[in-house]
Design a protein around this ligand. Structure first.
Ligand code: SF4
Length: 90
């Protein structure tokens, strides 16, 4: 993650669109570890999802399907591929 999760929260609080840049929001696995540990009850996984959704609705795709190596597609579990495409493409 190139921007730490706590920095994402601060950028969102400040209305700074830098929160939409970098890899952090795409790498968040929605594991809820931060959610269960946050003393303020901040649900960061929902914020990460909201930030991804903002970009996806603008037509930004993190993954270009045509650029995926066909040879690698044979090795990728189908469920992983479908989940990735749902999360990373509009
Ligand atoms: S939900 Fe998990 S992966 Fe996402 S920011 Fe929190 S701890 Fe990190």
């Amino acid at each position: 993650m190139d921007i730490l999760p706590n920095q994402i929260i601060r950028l969102v609080q400040l209305g700074d669109e830098e929160a939409l840049e970098g890899n952090t929001i795409w790498l968040c696995a929605s594991c809820f570890t931060c959610v269960t540990r946050c003393p303020k009850g901040v649900d960061l996984s929902k914020i990460m999802e909201a930030l991804r959704t903002i970009l996806l609705r603008k037509g930004f795709d993190k993954v270009e399907i045509k650029k995926i190596d066909p040879d690698k597609l044979d090795d990728v579990p189908q469920q992983l591929l479908v989940c990735g495409l749902r999360k990373l493409t509009s």
